[in-house]
Design a protein. Structure first.
Length: 265
């Protein structure tokens, strides 16, 4: 579902301003999250306890904006797997706090670096240049990684309230950015079904992952969910006719394998 939502978000960003796609879809998703938090009946943990989650909201807003813009201007088969490398950020934060990466995670980091390097650069007329959208994908991976750091710190009291706090922050700041840039948060009626789908699918994916961690090992959930870009890549191939060369396909496989290894560790 993350893969489908990202594909639709990138597709919408080719027709609308990215900030409109992000804010409208995130607001729709917020409505779904409020239903979830009401269903869990978790008590409100307090504003101070949710400050890290609010910081996560800032990070995910930057990440999603960069991601959708990258999907809009670049090949989805290049941008999507680069963003999957976000788990390297919380791994680095853990290392700073004294938790040394395992051998499997070091191997994953090597695969990630190899995959990102292969995907990010392309040749043209004998010269090397960064692939369209690759720089934005790296920024998106950083934002997504920082989101996990913040949401982990804010979820100690309530995971559902932490996710809601992050989403409220993202929607609020996104709306302020749109207002400051004189960008009306309006979308053509023909685009509303796609934006609603992006918001609801993303919300349902988050709920599924949260539920999955209660039924199985979190490591397995992390590994499987980190492979979501495969769905985005397949949809870009089937719907948009994107074709990647053998080298780029190998780079995408390396980046995804690295993300899975980091999560598995």
């Amino acid at each position: 579902m993350w893969g489908v939502g990202d594909f639709l978000g990138g597709l919408a960003s080719r027709r609308l301003a990215v900030i409109v796609v992000v804010v409208v879809s995130q607001a729709i998703g917020l409505a779904g999250l409020l239903v979830w938090v009401a269903a869990t009946r978790d008590p409100f943990p307090g504003v101070v306890e949710l400050l890290p989650a609010a910081g996560a909201g800032v990070a995910v807003l930057a990440g999603v904006t960069a991601f959708y813009r990258g999907l809009a201007i670049g090949a989805m088969g290049i941008v999507a797997p680069i963003t999957a490398t976000g788990p390297i950020v919380p791994l680095a934060v853990d290392a700073v706090h004294g938790t040394t990466p395992t051998t499997v995670q070091w191997l994953g980091i090597a695969f990630i670096l190899l995959g990102v390097a292969t995907l990010s650069w392309e040749g043209a007329h004998g010269q090397m240049r960064i692939a369209s959208g690759a720089g934005l994908a790296i920024l998106a991976a950083l934002g997504f990684g920082l989101y996990f750091v913040g949401i982990d710190a804010g979820a100690d009291e309530s995971a559902s309230w932490a996710v809601v706090a992050a989403r409220i922050t993202a929607v609020s700041i996104g709306a302020l950015v749109a207002l400051a840039s004189s960008r009306p948060l309006r979308a053509p009626r023909s685009m509303l079904p796609m934006l609603i789908a992006v918001g609801l699918i993303d919300t349902f994916a988050n709920v599924l992952v949260a539920a999955a961690t209660t039924y199985g090992a979190a490591g397995i959930v992390a590994v499987l969910s980190s492979l979501y870009p495969i769905v985005t890549m397949v949809l870009a191939w089937l719907v948009l006719g994107e074709r990647l060369g053998a080298t780029k396909r190998a780079g995408a496989a390396a980046a995804l394998a690295g993300a899975a290894l980091v999560a598995a560790g």
